[in-house]
Ligand binder design. Structure first.
Ligand code: NDP
Length: 311
């Protein structure tokens, strides 16, 4: 087995220390392929959709879009098409950006009462004149497939989740795929948003990891990441996590999606830099991204299964 000495510099506050690590020269991280896993899961969902449809509970998702934000239009299209591709019912409802909030609230009330609809999703962000929280809370907690309703956030924090927010749910599936045993592991989540960071931390706690949540006010981020067995980056800053911030062999999950000036996508992790330090790593694109919509489909199917009494 070829051996090399890998030189890694650690810069601390007021001091600089260096150390050599003994590594296999051929060692690069195992890649957790989110695209392949997403496809595998979507195929496995088809049989559940067929069973539900045969029982008269074809899973149905409605996506509400307000305005013409190009990125949101793409996300909504992908969500609706993802449903249709596996035999679910899905439709989008599009409003002009200056629509009155009450019009959207009335539509949500109508959908809450519609037995053919199991999931309702309002694409964020909403225009400025909307009270985002009020709109999200108007969705029935039983149909809140994004998992953003306070009741569902509470259920998750109590360790008995009903709907898990799609992106962290996808990350948990990736841990499963990579056979990452979370119990007893030191996990660092970078980012504390309601959509990713906080629910991710909660899921890791529920799985038995010891969790540190870092954010923009964290004093010494590297101190935390360097001792972590698992790092989840949800920062929104391209190539923010460098190889010298990672413990050799750590599992590195990159949630970030950033568009570079040349139009290419990149994550919050400097992939090339971390590839030879991490034990397992997710790429961007083709990592967490494809898992998010997949778990939206999963949540909608789960909602329909609950309604049908088979879950
Ligand atoms: P937010 O902007 O809501 O949150 C970013 C977090 O990063 C905040 O908690 C912020 O801290 C923290 N942060 C910012 N700067 C630093 C820093 N220097 N050091 C440590 N922490 C810092 O973003 P989201 O959580 O919504 O998204 C994060 C990333 O994930 C984005 O790139 C987004 O595009 C991507 N994303 C990808 C999805 C997917 O499907 N793959 C789905 C959702 C998001 P503070 O709270 O103190 O401001």
């Amino acid at each position: 087995m070829a051996i090399l000495l890998k030189f890694i510099k650690f810069k601390g506050k007021g001091c600089r220390l260096s150390r050599f690590l003994l590594m296999d020269a051929t060692m690069t991280a195992q890649i957790i392929d989110g695209k392949a896993l997403a496809e595998e899961l979507r195929q496995s969902f088809k049989a559940r959709v067929e069973t539900l449809t045969a029982k008269g509970h074809k899973p149905g998702l409605v996506v509400i879009l307000v305005g013409e934000d190009p990125a949101s239009q793409v996300y909504v299209k992908n969500k609706v098409n993802g449903c249709l591709a596996i035999g679910m019912h899905s439709e989008k409802i599009v409003y002009e950006k200056d629509v009155a909030q009450q019009v959207v609230l009335d539509k949500i009330a109508e959908l809450n009462a519609d037995p053919a609809i199991h999931g309702i999703l309002v694409q964020l962000p909403l225009p400025k004149h909307f009270d985002e929280e009020k709109v999200l809370e108007a969705i029935s907690a039983e149909k809140d497939v994004d998992g953003f309703h306070a009741e569902n956030v509470g259920a998750l924090s109590q360790g008995a989740p009903r709907f898990i927010p799609c992106t962290p749910y996808g990350v948990m599936k990736m841990f499963e795929k990579g056979s990452v045993d979370l119990a007893g592991q030191e996990a660092v989540v970078i980012g504390r948003s309601n959509i990713v960071g906080k629910p991710m931390a909660m899921l890791l706690i529920n799985a038995g990891a010891t969790v540190t949540v870092c954010h923009s006010k964290t004093r010494d981020l590297k101190f935390h990441t360097q001792r972590a067995d698992i790092v989840v980056a949800a920062v929104g800053k391209p190539k923010f996590v460098k190889g010298d911030m990672i413990k050799p062999g750590a599992v590195v999950i990159d949630v970030g999606i950033n568009r570079l000036p040349d139009g290419k996508l990149c994550g919050d992790v400097d992939y090339a830099d971390c590839l030879e330090v991490a034990g397992q790593i997710t790429p961007v694109p083709g990592g967490v991204g494809p898992m998010t919509i997949t778990m939206l489909l999963a949540n909608t199917i789960e909602a329909a299964e609950r309604k049908a009494g088979i879950r």
